[in-house]
Design a protein around this ligand. Structure first.
Ligand code: EUG
Length: 602
C-alpha cells in the first residue's frame, strides 16, 4: 500500500539532510515511520494544481515577481507549489501546508517556497515582498506540529524556508555554556554537534518532547523542554532579526560592535526588544543565542503513579511548593493514563472499537497489564546533582507524594528499555528523542491539535480544567488525554485532540471542540500559552482587557514596522492595516474558511 512516495524510502539522516534524524535514532525512526504509514488510509492528493495566488496581486504579476526572485536567489531556490500536496510524516514533513490540517488542505497553503541562504538574502526576499505586496511567511524548519506546522496563515503566502540553507551552528562556547545558531538547527543537530566536539559530557542542551524542531523556532514560539533550562525563551540570549522593512538589527549586547557578551547578557542597553519578536509577525529571526546547561554531575529520573482521577487536586497542591522552591528542578509532566496508554503507540482500535470515549474500565484494565501497572496519573521527574544532593530532594519528594493514598514509586529497574519512562529520562537530561510521536497513531490518519491553557499550579484550578476538558472532549467523541506540564509558578495543561485528518467529520468535531474549550476556559479566567493558526484570532480576542488595549498596541507596532503588511499577516491574531476590517479573522462563524475579502492598497 503506497499512498505516498515517502512510504518506501529510508528516513533522511543528519548531516546529509539538515532536518534529518541522528544515527542513534535511525532504527527507532524507521519503526515510527512504519507505524505511521500502517495507520494511513487517506489517499494522497494526486491532483496537479495551479499555485494558489495570494489575494491582492494578479496571477501574471505574481508569476513575474517570482521570476525576479529566481534571478536574485537562483532558480533552484524558488519552488512553485503546483504539485500534489504531500503530507509525509514527522521526519519528511511538508513545507507547503499543515501536515496536521484541520481545515481543507487547500486553505492554509503556500503559493511558493523560497530558500534564502544568508541574512542578506532574507533581506532581499523581504524587500521583494514589499515591492510586489506579496505576503511572506517565514518558517525555521516547519515542525510546529499541532500548532500549524509549516503552513502560512494567509492563503497563497510565499513560505520563506530559512532552515534548508541557513543551518549553521555559528558558535559553541564551552566556557560560557552558550551557543549561537541559525534557524535550520534542530535539537537533534545541536546534540550531535556537542557529541562531535566531545562536549556532550561537559554541557547539555534542553530538548522538547520531540527533537526535530528548530532551536530558534521553538524558542520564538515559547516552547518548552524538560531540564532546568526548559523555558526556552527565558534561556535565549541575543537575536539577529530582519525587520519587515528589510533592515537588520542585533538585540542586546549584539548591538555593540566588537562585543564578546552577546550570549551572556540578553538585555544590553535601552528597551528590551526581544519580546516583540516572539509569537509575533514583527521580524524574522536569523540568528539566536541559547544558553546551555553545565552537566550537573549526576541525575536520577523518577516516576510516581496515583490511583484516582480525583488525586489530581491534592497532587498539584503538593507539587506547587516543591516546584517553586526548586526541590522539583525540571519542567515535569503529570500525565493521565489515557495519554499513557496512547503513548504505547498502538491504535485505539487495539483496545476499543465502538464510537465514543473509551470506558474507564477498559482503559484501566489495559494499563494494569503494562509494566507500569494500573493508575490514573503518572508524574515524571528528575533529580540532578551528585548522589548525596539528590538523596535529600528525593526523600522529601517521596514523603510528600506518599501523602496521596495509593501513591506508588515505580522502580525503573523493573521497566524494559523501550518503556516510555526511558524516553522521559533521556529528554530530562537533554538527549533528543522521537518517541513522543507514538500517540498520534491513536486515530487512523492520526493528526493532533492542542488546547494549551495556563493556570496556577493549584488543585482547584487543575480540577476545574480537568472537568472542562473531559466534558467537552468526550462530548465531541474524542478520548481525553490531558498532560499537565509544570513550569515554575504556573502550569500548561496540554490537551492534544487526536483526530482523523482523512475524515471531514472528525476534523470539524475537533475544531468545534477546541473553539468551545477556548471560550469556556476564557470565561473561567484561563488563556492559552500558544496555539494553532486557526485559533489565533479567537485566542487573541480572549486577551481583550480594557477594550482590546493590548491588540491595539500590537497593531500600532505592526503598522509602524510593516506598513505594507507583508510579514506573516494574521499570525497570533495581528493583522496589518491592509487586511483589517475585511473579514480575515477566523472564528466559529467563519467556519472552515481562512480568507477574507481582499486586501487594501499600500
Ligand atoms: C506537548 C507539549 C507542549 C505542547 C504541545 C505538546 C506534548 C505533550 C509543553 O508543551 O505545547 C504530550
Amino acid at each position: 500500500m503506497s499512498f505516498s512516495p515517502e512510504a518506501n524510502s529510508d528516513v533522511p539522516t543528519l548531516p546529509k539532510v539538515h532536518s534529518g534524524i541522528p544515527p542513534y535514532l535511525l532504527d527507532k525512526a524507521r519503526e515510527a515511520k512504519q507505524d505511521v504509514f500502517a495507520g494511513r488510509t487517506k489517499a494522497q492528493n494526486a491532483r496537479q494544481r495551479l499555485p494558489v495566488v495570494p489575494q491582492g496581486i494578479e496571477r501574471d504579476d505574481f508569476l513575474k515577481a517570482l521570476d525576479e526572485l529566481r534571478e536574485q536567489l537562483g532558480a533552484e531556490h524558488v519552488e512553485v507549489n503546483n504539485k500534489p500536496l504531500r503530507d509525509g510524516w514527522y521526519m519528511e514533513h511538508p513545507n507547503t501546508h499543515d501536515m496536521m490540517t484541520i481545515l481543507d488542505e487547500e486553505e492554509l497553503v503556500a503559493s511558493a517556497v523560497v530558500f534564502p541562504g544568508s541574512t542578506q538574502e532574507v533581506q532581499q526576499v523581504v524587500r521583494w515582498a514589499n515591492k510586489h505586496l506579496i505576503p511572506i511567511f517565514p518558517i525555521s524548519m516547519g515542525r510546529n506540529l499541532g500548532y500549524g506546522g509549516a503552513a502560512p496563515r494567509v492563503r497563497g503566502s510565499v513560505t520563506v524556508d530559512l532552515g534548508r540553507r541557513m543551518n549553521a551552528i555559528l558558535d559553541i562556547n564551552a566556557e560560557d555554556y552558550t551557543c549561537l545558531v541559525e534557524p535550520g538547527v534542530s535539537y537533534y543537530a545541536l546534540y550531535e554537534a556537542l557529541k562531535a566536539r566531545g562536549l556532550d559530557e561537559h554541557m547539555w542542551i534542553d530538548t522538547p518532547d520531540l527533537g526535530g524542531g528548530s532551536v530558534i523556532g521553538n524558542a520564538v514560539d515559547r516552547g518548552v523542554g524538560y531540564t532546568p533550562y526548559g523555558d526556552h525563551w527565558a534561556c535565549h540570549a541575543g537575536l539577529e532579526v530582519v525587520l519587515p522593512s528589510g533592515e537588520v538589527i542585533r538585540t542586546g549586547m549584539g548591538a555593540l560592535p566588537g562585543n564578546n557578551s552577546w550570549q551572556l547578557f540578553p538585555y544590553g542597553f535601552g528597551p528590551f526588544s526581544d519580546g516583540i519578536f516572539s509569537q509575533s509577525n514583527f521580524g524574522i529571526v536569523t540568528q539566536m543565542g541559547m544558553t546551555l546547561m553545565p552537566n550537573p554531575g549526576g541525575y536520577e529520573a523518577f516516576m510516581y503513579t496515583f490511583p484516582n482521577d480525583e488525586d489530581l487536586g491534592p497532587l498539584m497542591d503538593i507539587i506547587r511548593p516543591l516546584r517553586i522552591s526548586n526541590i522539583f528542578e525540571n519542567v515535569a509532566q503529570v500525565r493521565h493514563v489515557t495519554q499513557g496508554l496512547a503513548s504505547r503507540g498502538l491504535p485505539r482500535s487495539t483496545y476499543y472499537t465502538s464510537p465514543g470515549p473509551i470506558p474507564s474500565s477498559i482503559l484501566r484494565a489495559a494499563a494494569a497489564s503494562t509494566p507500569v501497572g494500573d493508575h490514573a496519573w503518572a508524574y515524571y521527574g528528575m533529580a540532578y546533582g551528585p548522589a548525596h544532593i539528590r538523596a535529600h530532594k528525593l526523600a522529601l519528594i517521596d514523603s510528600e507524594f506518599r501523602r496521596v493514598p495509593g501513591a506508588r514509586k515505580i522502580d525503573p529497574s523493573t521497566l524494559p528499555p523501550d518503556e516510555y519512562f526511558w524516553s522521559r529520562e533521556r529528554v530530562a537530561r537533554g538527549v533528543p528523542d522521537i518517541q513522543e510521536l507514538a500517540w498520534v497513531n491513536w486515530a487512523p490518519n492520526g493528526a493532533h491539535i492542542a488546547f494549551s491553557p495556563v493556570s496556577p499550579i493549584r488543585g482547584a484550578d487543575a480540577a476545574r480544567l480537568f472537568e472542562l476538558g473531559k466534558r467537552r472532549v468526550e462530548a465531541a467523541g474524542f478520548d481525553f488525554m490531558p498532560a499537565f506540564v509544570v513550569g515554575l509558578r504556573e502550569m500548561h495543561l496540554i490537551v492534544e485532540i487526536v483526530f482523523d485528518r482523512g475524515d471531514v467529520g472528525s476534523k470539524k468535531a475537533a475544531l468545534a471542540c477546541l473553539r468551545d474549550l477556548v471560550d469556556e476556559a476564557a470565561a473561567m479566567g484561563y488563556g492559552e500559552y500558544r496555539t494553532h493558526l486557526v485559533l489565533m484570532d479567537q485566542i487573541a480576542g480572549t486577551y481583550g482587557w480594557n477594550d482590546g488595549a493590548l491588540m491595539k498596541f500590537n497593531e500600532k507596532l505592526k503598522d509602524a514596522l510593516d506598513p505594507n503588511g507583508i510579514l506573516a499577516p494574521g499570525r497570533c491574531g495581528i493583522w496589518p492595516k491592509r487586511y483589517r476590517g475585511r473579514g480575515w479573522e477566523m472564528t466559529r462563524e467563519s467556519g472552515g474558511r481562512s480568507e477574507g475579502d481582499g486586501v487594501g492598497p499600500a
